[in-house]
Design a protein around this ligand. Sequence first.
Ligand code: SAH
Ligand code: SF4
Length: 367
Amino acid sequence: MGIDVEKQTNLLDLDRQSMEAYFADMGEKPFRAAQVLKWIYQHGITDFSEMTTLSKALREKLSDIARIELPKIISEQISEDGTRKWLIQLDTNNSIETVFIPEKDRGTLCISSQVGCALDCSFCSTGKQGFNRNLSTGEIIGQLWIASQALGDYEHKNRTISNIVMMGMGEPMLNFDNVVSAMNLMKEDHAYGLSRRRVTLSTSGLVPAIDKLAETSDVSLAISLHATNDELRNKLVPINKSYPIAELMDACRRYAKIRAVDTITFEYVMLDGINDSEAEARMLVKLMNGIPAKINLIPFNPFPGTDYKCSSTGAIDKFRDVLIKGGIFTITRKTRGEDIDAACGQLVGKVMARAKKHQHQKMDNQA
Ligand code: SAH
Ligand code: SF4
C-alpha cells in the first residue's frame, strides 16, 4: 500500500507545544518533540531514518504518519550589495519572496506571511497584487530553514541570520495563528533559539490583533505608520479607516506596557510632497508621547505603475533632524538590494489573485 501524503502531518506546521501534544497523542514522551525539533532546525535533517536519537520503531512510525515538507526554491538572485532574494514555490499557483540582508553587525531575514496582501496600501507593490492565501506555519518557518541552508548557517553556529523581520509579503496579523507558531519556533531553544528582541512582527496597525499578540507572544513590534493625520493615513493605509491613529497609539502603549518592551519601531515611508514636511515631523514627535519609540524612515521604493516619488535626500534629512531634536531615536533605512527589486514593498512572487477580501471580515475572523 502506498502512503497517503495528504493524511501525513507536516511536522513543520507544529511549534514545540503542538509537537509535544502530537507525541503525547501517539503515546510517546513529550521530550521527543525537543529531539525532533533539533534534528529538523539545528541539524537540517528532514529524513526520519537519519534521526538516530529516536528508536527505530518510532522512526518507522513517523515515516508513515508524518512528513517534513519544505517549500522549494525556484530561483536566487544576489545583489551587488550582498542582499539575496529567493523566489519560493509554495504550490503550482503560488510563490513568495524571501530576502536576506547582510550588514556589518547582523544578518536580517525578511520573511513573507501571505501570498499577496488584502490591505491595499497605496504605495505597496504587494498590496497592488491582491490577496490569494495565507501561508501555513511550515511555509513561514520553511523560509528560515531554506535560507539557513542556502547560507551555510549549519547548526546556527555562525548566526549568519541573526534577526528576523516579518516584513515580506503580506500582513502577518491577518495570518495570526500560523505566524505566532512560526515565531515560536524562531525563538525556541531547540529550534532557532533567537531572542525575542531579534524577531520582529511588522503590522499596518490592526488594533485588536496587537492586543491579542500582547497576550500571546512577546516579540518586537513594528508599526507601519506613514502619516500623522487620519485623513492622509486613510489614503495611504486604508485599514486606518477601521483603526484610526489615536486608537493605534493606545494599542502600542498597551503592548509596550504588557510586554515591557524596550522599544516599538515605527516605520515611516518617505513620499515626496505627501507626508514629508517638517510640520509632519513635529506632529510625529507629539504622537510618540508616552511610547518607547524608535523611528525608521524608509525611502520610498518605486515599482512599475506607481505615481509616488521618493522624498529628496535633503527632505529626509530635515525630517530626521526634527525627530532627533524632539528626542526620538531615528534612523533612515538604507535601501538594499535595489538592483534585484528586493527592497521593502517591492516583493511580488506570483499571486493568483482572487477577489480582494474585505479586511473587516478577515479581521473579525482572525483577531
Ligand atoms: N504588512 C506589514 C508587513 C509587510 S510590509 C506592514 O505593512 O507592516 C513591510 C514594510 O514595507 C512596511 O512598513 C510597509 O509599509 C513598507 N513598504 C511597503 N511598500 C513600500 C515601498 N514601496 N517603499 C518603501 N516601503 C514600503
Ligand atoms: Fe499589505 Fe503591508 Fe503592503 Fe500594506 S504595506 S499592502 S499591509 S504588505
